[in-house]
Ligand binder design. Structure first.
Ligand code: HEM
Ligand code: PLO
Length: 479
């Protein structure tokens, strides 16, 4: 094929004034599926007008790598969006903040705080493992009648993040924990319904029940976090930071490099802590639930993970991070779960900060870019039978683990997920411990979980039920 010249424009959907291309986006499909479908008609790189916003949609891993990696800096901006501006007090966070020195400093502080937890000490592992023990006990007491594992999983993951962010550990049924879970749920249900593709700022002026609920949930969140912040300020010492809030407070004194801006305000500390919290809960619990749903569809995969655990760990002790190299198949199962059901099927919108290009086409500043991870993770040119859950695709024919180049569950480049190492640690410890100690199956006569999912701010599985039975030696859940 001819190499497109820098002048040729990206194939674009038709448009009308004000509405842009919206009349051509009917059909009610969620954005990731709609864009995959449009990619068949217009090619993997196409453009459309979301209301007034010229938007390029990337469906191929090569173009995605140009945007995220090769020219990552050019595309590291974020657009303003109504709901996320409310959520983050106008971008005083990381994920929805535009490119700035302060955003960079924030990223570094959060990243350092996680690695401090992780590598220097084994504290992070201990935190996760203690939450794992309560989760196992809770699931095993769920009895042999089918039950929805989601509340227990959410509680366990929330507990881990509460410890990391503000050093709180809760017992089952704690009122503050319930409050946290409730407000988070309120945000999840109302922010960006149908993905993070925000279109019309003026919509906020219409009476809107869902915006009301979002504001109320944010108020509850802010009240709780402000209290934690004040407590932390009062007890801050010169020693090592106890948690993420401490690390951010300590970062307030260090001025961001080479800038004259105001530095990290209390608002920034609050918004970034709230975000690490929200991201930490939603993504990890959703991924765990997707993998459980797929294990119910594929009992042979569950058996194989358990065989690997029996042969390499046994039932005498708990699994720990240093076992990771001994459990390659489990790693493949985790990767395959993140491939087939990416929590964020369309990444948070990027914007071009300068003149740049994608696939040889020039792109002007301000252009929005949507990376459709769903198409990339389901591209039949790169994945054999992409709709099949098949962890073996992450092993080569010598049984060694491989990472295909079109597998990008955490994104890449300047905007890559800051929680990747934390997420991987949690997914590994939760799944290995659960499958070491118990088996999951469908309740008698129940249909297997629906795998289509529902797109909110993340792509979630619909509720499903499991029956849990302890494995030999783990009748009590923990040792
Ligand atoms: C960004 C995936 C867990 C914090 C992202 C992005 C993806 C992603 C795809 C967007 C990249 C882009 O816009 O180009 C995931 C997955 C997770 C996970 C699959 C778990 C399975 C976490 C956790 C945290 C976290 C545990 C915890 C603190 C963030 C933040 C950003 C981000 C703050 C925004 C980065 C920026 O815009 O500079 N993540 N994530 N994530 N993630 Fe995660
Ligand atoms: C989840 C609900 C919380 O109350 C607020 C929140 C903060 C950060 C968001 C997260 C939500 C959803 C998942 C996001 C994350 C930032 C990065 C992550 C969008 C809205 C992903 C997968 O990109």
């Amino acid at each position: 094929p001819l190499r497109p010249s820098a002048r040729s424009s990206i194939p674009c959907l038709p448009r009308l004034p004000v509405l842009g291309s919206l009349p051509w986006l009917g059909g009610g499909l969620p954005p990731h599926l709609l864009f995959s479908q449009l990619a068949h008609r217009y090619g993997s790189l196409f453009a459309l007008h979301l209301g007034p916003h010229y938007t390029v949609v990337v469906n191929d891993h090569r173009h995605a790598k140009e945007v995220l990696l090769q020219r990552g800096r050019d595309f590291a901006g974020r657009p303003n969006m109504v709901t996320t501006d409310l959520l983050t007090r106008g971008g005083k966070d990381i994920a929805f903040a535009d490119y700035s020195p302060l955003w960079k400093l924030h990223r570094r502080l959060v990243h350092n705080s996680f690695t401090l937890f992780g590598e220097g000490t084994s504290r992070l592992q201990d935190i996760v493992l203690s939450s794992v023990d309560s989760l196992c006990a809770e699931l095993l007491s769920g009895g042999r009648l089918g039950f929805d594992p989601s509340p227990a999983v959410t509680r366990a993951v929330t507990n881990v993040v509460c410890t990391l962010v503000f050093s709180a550990t809760y017992r089952h049924g704690d009122a503050e924990l319930q409050e946290v879970i409730r407000y988070n749920d309120g945000i999840v249900q109302t922010i960006a319904r149908g993905g993070l593709v925000d279109i019309y700022p003026w919509m906020r002026f219409f009476p809107n029940k869902s915006l009301r609920k979002l504001k109320d949930s944010i108020t509850v969140r802010d009240r709780l976090l402000t209290r934690k912040l004040e407590e932390h300020k009062a007890s801050l010492t010169d020693g090592d930071p106890r948690d993420l809030l401490d690390a951010l407070l300590k970062g307030q004194t260090g001025k961001s490099p080479g800038s004259e801006d105001e530095g990290i305000t209390d608002d920034h500390v609050l918004m970034t802590a709230a975000e690490a919290f929200g991201a930490g809960v939603e993504t990890t619990s959703t991924t765990l639930l997707w993998i459980l749903a797929y294990l119910l569809h594929h009992p042979e995969v569950q058996d194989r993970v358990q065989k690997e655990l029996d042969e390499n760990i046994g039932s005498e002790r708990a699994v720990c991070m240093s076992d990771r190299g001994r459990l390659p198949y489990l790693d493949c199962v985790i990767n395959e779960g993140m491939r087939i059901r990416p929590v964020s099927p369309v990444l948070i919108p990027h914007t071009a900060m300068t003149h740049s290009s994608i696939g040889g086409h020039s792109v002007s500043p301000g252009t929005r870019v949507l990376v459709n991870m769903w198409s990339i993770h389901h591209d039949p040119q790169h994945w054999d039978k992409p709709d099949l859950f098949n962890p073996d695709r992450f092993l080569d024919n010598q049984g060694q683990r491989v990472t295909p180049s079109c597998f990008l569950p955490f994104g890449a480049g300047p905007r890559v997920c800051v929680g990747e190492s934390l997420a991987r640690l949690e997914l590994f410890l939760f799944l290995s411990s659960l499958l070491q100690r118990m088996s999951f199956r469908l309740p008698d006569g129940a249909p297997p979980p629906n795998l289509q999912g529902r797109l909110g701010v993340v792509l979630q599985p619909l509720p499903f039920k499991v029956v849990v039975t302890p494995r030999a030696g783990w009748e009590g859940g923990a040792k």
